[in-house]
Every structure is written in C-alpha cells, then in structure tokens.
Design a protein around this ligand. Structure first.
Ligand code: SAH
Length: 232
C-alpha cells in the first residue's frame, strides 16, 4: 500500500510567511521517516491513520525554530507551558478510538491542534475543547488555513465535556487527571470509547473505557506522561 502520496496545498501563515508554512521535500522526507520508524515499525497499521499522518504537515503546528525537530520521536514544548504530544502517543490514542468515518469525536485539550487535524481527516465531525483561549484561537486560525471545515471549537473546561453536542462516538483527552470526569462517561454513545491518561502528576496509565449499554469496560493501554488536566 502506498501511504506516502498526497499533500496539503501550500498555505500562507498568519503573517503571510509562506516559508514557515511550506511543505518542502525535506519536511516530507522527515515526515515519511517518522511514519515508517515511529508508527509503522511499532505495529500501528490502520491505513487511514497512517495515510493521514504521512500527509499532515506537523511542522506547521510547532514553533518555527523547532522545524527540524517536528518529526522527532518525542513531545515538544508549545506555548503557555503546554506540549505537542509525541507522534506515537497521538497515533496510539487515535487508533484506540477505533470509530467509523461517519462518526463524531470529542477531543479535550486542543493545544496546537495537531491531533484535532488528524481526527478531522479521519472522522466526519470533530468537537474540541481547550481551556487556554490563546491556544484555541491560534489552533482555530491554523486549522482554518489548512482548510478544515468539520471542526467545532470551544474555550472552557473540557472536564465537563461538551454536553450540547453529545453524545460522542469517541472521546480523547490529551491531559492527565486522577479520576475519569463523570460527564465524559455520560457523553459517550453506546459502543463509544474514551481514551484518557489517568494517574499522578508524573506518571499515568493511558486507559480505554468502552460503553456497552449501561456497562463501562476499562482496559489499560500503556504508561505515559501528559500535562495535567486543569478544572473541576
Ligand atoms: N493534543 C495537543 C496536546 C496539548 S497538551 C497537542 O498535541 O498539541 C494538553 C492541552 O490540554 C493543553 O493545551 C491544555 O491547556 C489543555 N487542557 C488542560 N486542562 C484542560 C481542561 N480542563 N479543559 C480543556 N483543555 C485543557
């Protein structure tokens, strides 16, 4: 299967800076290496996800001076003390949703919008909540310039979910919490999965909760380290 064809149209950055937003041959080479060495080699094989990661210019979501690091195998600092998650973790969380293309996904922790964009390439409708307004506004601008029109943004405390638009076929939480926020379980549609890091400040377990009618099944996935979920 050829995962490595197709490209985003070049876009101007907010400051009209075409260079920062261009997707050069070098960027694509680094991105394809990332997909081969960090994602495929670690056993993640969902074809639509792999193709989306091979296409989506991750360097557009990092700072300009991080361009050479944008496809490396670790998280990177973003603004306001937050991070853009490690590509592998984004892939694992997205793969674990395992929803159908026509379904609706809720993301808590928009951050840079990188995972938001991947979700929007894979699913019909994406709802994303971020508590730091400046991050949300920057992500909205970035995703609009990249051409996405199936994402709804909210600024606020995502531990409450987004009740007005529920229920959701999948929910990903990209910040860590000691306990599962109850509203997120309540907003999970039947058969839907919630992917969330649960634990202490420095180490969490990435968990998958699945709603089967009234029953909630829970599975441990892997140890991880996320920035904390703030709020109630
Ligand atoms: N997926 C993002 C990860 C960002 S880090 C990326 O790869 O860019 C986690 C994000 O969750 C941060 O932007 C942080 O501000 C946000 N966050 C933390 N607590 C939150 C809450 N209660 N509601 C909404 N967003 C929250």
């Amino acid at each position: 299967m050829d995962y490595f064809t197709g490209q985003f149209a070049p876009v101007h950055g907010p400051d009209g800076n075409r260079a920062a937003w261009s997707d050069t041959l070098e960027d694509r080479r680094r991105r394809h290496d990332m997909v081969r060495q960090q994602i495929l080699a670690r056993g993640i094989r969902q074809p639509r996800l792999i193709r989306a990661m091979a296409r989506l210019p991750r360097h557009v979501f990092t700072h300009n001076h991080q361009r050479l690091l944008a496809y490396d195998d670790h998280a990177l600092p973003s603004d306001y003390g937050q991070t853009i998650s490690q590509p592998l973790i984004v892939a694992i969380m997205t793969a674990a949703l395992d929803a159908r293309p026509q379904q609706r996904i809720l993301e808590i922790g928009t951050g840079t919008g990188y995972q938001t964009a991947l979700l929007a390439m894979l699913y019909a409708q994406v709802f994303t909540v971020e508590c730091i307004s400046q991050l949300s506004v920057a992500a909205q601008e970035r995703l609009r310039r990249l051409g996405f029109d199936n994402i709804s943004f909210s600024i606020g405390d995502g531990s409450k979910g987004w009740e007005a638009h529920g229920k959701f076929d999948g929910i990903v939480v990209t910040a860590a919490t000691a306990e599962v926020p109850k509203p997120l379980i309540a907003q999970l549609a039947d058969g839907g999965k919630l992917i969330i890091p649960i634990g202490k400040q420095n180490l969490q377990m990435l968990k998958q909760f699945e709603r089967c009618g009234e029953e909630i099944r829970c599975k441990d996935m892997l140890e991880c380290r996320f920035v904390p979920l703030v709020g109630e």
